[in-house]
Each structure stands twice: as C-alpha cells, then as structure tokens.
Unconditional design. Structure first.
Length: 223
C-alpha cells in the first residue's frame, strides 16, 4: 500500500515540520489516486468524525472522501522492518483502521449509510454516552484535540507511539506545551514511556499518543 498522502504538505515532504502549525494551516488532504486535494477550513457546521474502516482500506476510503471534497486525516509513522533480508523504514498507520474526517453530520451519514461503494466504512461509536434513542452516538473529536493530535503525528516520526495508559508513567498532573523542536506546539502531559521523557497527547475515547523523546528545555508548563 502506498503512502497516505493526506499527511503530506503541499510540497510533498516526507517529514514536514510541525512547528508553528496553525489550526488553519494543516497539511492538505490529497487523494493518492488522482492528486485531488482539500484544505482544512474551520467551519461551524462541520465536526471531526471518527470512522472505522475494515479490510485495511483506509487509503481507499480517504481517497473517496477527499475526491468528494471532505478533509481527512489518518496518522502514520515509520516502522523499522526486515524487507528481503534488509532493515528498512516503512510507513504504517499509527491507529489501524481508523480514519478521521472533517465533515457535516449529513455527509457523515451519507458516507456510512447511503454510499454502497463505501460498505466497509462505519462509525466509530462513543460508548460512554447515549443519545435520545438510548443508543451510542457516533464519536466526534473536538477541534482543539484533533489539531493537537495532528501536530503530534504529522512528522510521521518512527518514535511516535499509540500507547496504553499502563505504559505512561506520569511525572505530575500539569499540562505542558512543547516550545521547540519537531513537536513544537503540542500540548499534553509529561510521562516516561520506554524509559524516555515524552509528552502524552489524549484523543478522547480513542486513546493516547506519545511523542518521541523531548528534552526538559523544550517543555513549559501551561498556566
């Protein structure tokens, strides 16, 4: 499977800098099939929906949504693997089978329930809440959390991890901001993961993402 191009910048860098990434300057979502691209534009009528994609078709689903004008994001990171007897960096999805889409409730419903060619796409439900019909509603991630998540993962660093709470040994309860380096602008909590100081980013009801090692000098407490 080729690289999911919606984590590339317009120039197509393999490791685009995340420093100073503003909410209105996220990397473009781009179809790997025909180069169609969509910019992230804040819109009060749109939300970040989380879709579950079966059969390893995240790239295919992303292509369809982008070509329909919907901004998508699926975090990736490099992984060291043996390929034909040689160690090689390959891209893998950080959170397998999940695709984030910035769209309206009507469009999300259309993709999931009224688009036969997208039969492998379904909602990722919020199992911690009930709607008026006493059912779990589709999970929606807040704008601020999603932008922080993109800041933390857009570099595709091989040291970015999707972690369990048991893997995170927190230093204290303070929230911090990274003020320098590859993860500049990322907010979260400082923890030791795999013996290194990192910043943990929470994506509500989805999970936790750990940055790579971050020196203390690059971290400031949020007031």
């Amino acid at each position: 499977m080729g690289t999911l191009s919606n984590v590339k910048t317009r120039g197509g860098e393999a490791n685009p800098p995340s420093a100073g990434l503003a909410s209105d300057a996220l990397p473009e979502a781009t179809s790997s099939q025909n180069g169609v691209s969509v910019k992230y534009v804040p819109d009060p009528n749109k939300s970040w929906y989380v879709f579950r994609v079966s059969y390893g078709r995240v790239e295919k689903a992303s292509d369809y949504l982008v070509e329909d004008g919907t901004y998508t994001y699926a975090a990736q990171h490099y992984v060291q693997k043996l390929v034909n007897g040689r160690r090689k960096k390959v891209l893998e999805y950080l959170i397998p089978n999940l695709l984030f889409a910035y769209t309206t409730a009507e469009k999300a419903e259309e993709y999931v329930k009224r688009t036969p060619v997208m039969s492998y796409l379904s909602y990722y439900y919020n199992h911690f809440e009930l709607n008026g019909d006493n059912q779990n509603p589709p999970l929606i991630v807040s704008n601020s959390e999603m932008i922080n998540f993109i800041r933390a993962t857009v570099s595709k660093s091989e040291h970015i991890l999707f972690v369990k709470p048991s893997q995170c040994h927190y230093k204290d309860g303070d929230r911090v901001r990274v003020i320098d380096g590859l993860f500049c602008g990322v907010e979260g909590r400082v923890a030791r993961v795999s013996g290194q100081q990192r910043v943990i980013v929470s994506l509500s009801k989805v999970g936790l993402v750990s940055t790579a090692y971050i020196p203390t000098a690059f971290i400031e407490k949020k007031l």
